[in-house]
Design a protein around this ligand. Structure first.
Ligand SMILES: *[C@@H]1O[C@H](CO)[C@@H](O)[C@H](O)[C@H]1NC(C)=O
Ligand SMILES: *[C@@H]1O[C@H](CO)[C@@H](O)[C@H](O)[C@H]1NC(C)=O
Length: 414
């Protein structure tokens, strides 16, 4: 049985689509009329037939644009790309500036995402900024969230440049597009929950407080219309986790098994998302939309990240040629499950959760990482070949095609 909520949603959609459908059909009629009147051979019957055929196509297109699953698809050639370079955008993080550091091939820049059931419109900075006029958008997550946000800033840089203000802690950076009254804020919170020091040079496992959210972002979340939240690879690092104020166990820590409970990363990943989503659901006054951006896959081949693994491919792979690493697949599953739980939880203020299932698109792009082109030659890094982040410009730009469509659905279809 259909819930009343589902029914009213469907009705709403049908109502919205109707005027567009009428307009498109009208345009098609005008087009067909002018082409059939200029053609002496066409008869009324064939043009009638053509008309109904084209109408059916238009109906299908409208339906697919509004309801299509944009996340299932493949990469197709796009000779027009890229839409910015390391010269036109000054927001590229050094470690993702593959052009600057001499990546020699350019084929990886000439693809776009094609969902199975429809076309995904390419990002249009002018239209995007009109769409989000008067709105605010937060990115919450780790360096891949920053990677995604910098791609957005670069795509927008053709049309507008924001004013930037960073908190001294570096946990919060604001970008204000004054002429559009549009703000972006990046909250650096790789675990989403409260942590101890995340100094990677000490070699000590990090302290994670799994039932306490990171206040920096959570105390401000209510002021945003849209939030893109994500987390990923930090959860594979050694950590101690605390629950209810007590150190309760660890992940990949050096202590003997007798001394402390050892659990897998999936345990802390689930708890962290649960805590983060609960805090959003109960944030006073929050009525925005939270997009759960799913795991960004890494592509180390021939070894692990610290042991000769590298990413040397120069073109996308087909769907049947790629498979998520087991523990990444587990994370992806956990994200979808926690999204489902968050959706069911009571939302006092009308805030909502939506899926931003970015995983499959970039799973098919082993060619999109910096590898050794994320730093000048000779620099010693923990991760010698970066097969986690994404070159800018690069395939992660397509996530902003997704973002544009997701926001269009929220703003225009509602
Ligand atoms: C951009 O990349 C080119 C190499 O493709 C390099 O010569 C140039 O210095 C880079 N410019 C900036 C601003 O990074
Ligand atoms: C949490 O700790 C307090 C004492 O600090 C205790 O009373 C309570 O039962 C604990 N709750 C859970 C769920 O373990």
């Amino acid at each position: 049985m259909m819930s009343p909520f589902g029914k009213s949603q469907m009705r709403k959609k049908a109502v919205k689509v109707a005027p567009i459908a009428a307009l498109l059909t009208l345009l098609l009629i005008i087009h067909l009329y002018s082409s059939s009147s200029s053609s002496t051979t066409s008869t009324t019957t064939t043009s009638d037939h053509k008309l109904s055929q084209t109408r059916a196509t238009a109906d299908k297109l409208i339906k697919s644009a509004a309801e299509c699953d944009i996340f299932t698809g493949q990469w197709v050639r796009n000779p027009e790309g890229p839409y910015y370079t390391n010269e036109t955008c000054n927001r590229i993080q050094e470690h993702q500036n593959c052009m600057k550091f001499g990546r020699p091939d350019t084929e990886y820049l000439r693809w776009k995402w094609k969902p199975d059931g429809c076309d995904l419109p390419l990002f249009r900075p002018d239209l995007f900024l009109e769409l989000v006029r008067g709105k605010s958008l937060a990115f919450v997550g780790d360096s891949v969230a920053r990677n995604h946000m910098q791609s957005l800033l670069c795509l927008l840089s053709k049309v507008a440049r924001p004013e930037e203000t960073a908190e001294p802690s570096g946990k919060q950076i604001w970008f204000r597009y004054k002429e559009y009254d549009f703000n972006i804020c990046l909250f650096w919170a790789p675990y989403l929950v409260k942590t101890g020091s995340l100094d990677t040079t000490t070699g000590r496992p990090f302290d994670l407080y799994l039932d306490e959210v990171d206040e920096t972002w959570s105390s401000q979340v209510a002021q945003f219309n849209f939030v893109v939240i994500s987390a990923g690879h930090w959860f594979f690092r050694p950590s101690y986790f605390h629950i209810n104020g007590t150190r309760s166990g660890c992940v990949y820590c050096p202590e003997p098994y007798e001394d402390i409970e050892h659990l897998l990363p999936s345990f802390i990943y689930r708890r962290a998302f649960h805590t983060a989503f609960s805090s959003i659901n109960s944030a006073p006054g929050y009525n925005g939309v939270t997009f759960v951006r799913t795991l960004s896959p890494s592509h180390f081949e021939g070894g692990t990240f610290d042991n000769h693994g590298n990413c040397l491919r120069m073109s996308p792979v087909k769907r049947d040629e790629a498979e998520l690493e087991e523990r990444e697949a587990e994370f992806h599953k956990i994200q979808l499950e926690e999204l489902g739980i968050a959706r069911k939880a009571e939302k006092v203020n009308g805030g909502r959760f939506e899926m931003f299932d970015a995983t499959m698109s970039l799973l098919l792009r082993p060619d999109g990482h910096p590898s050794k082109y994320g730093s000048p030659p000779g620099v010693k890094l923990v991760m010698r070949y970066d097969c986690v982040h994404w070159c800018l410009p690069g395939p992660i730009d397509a996530w902003n095609d997704f973002l544009q469509e997701l926001l269009r659905r929220e703003i225009q279809d509602n």
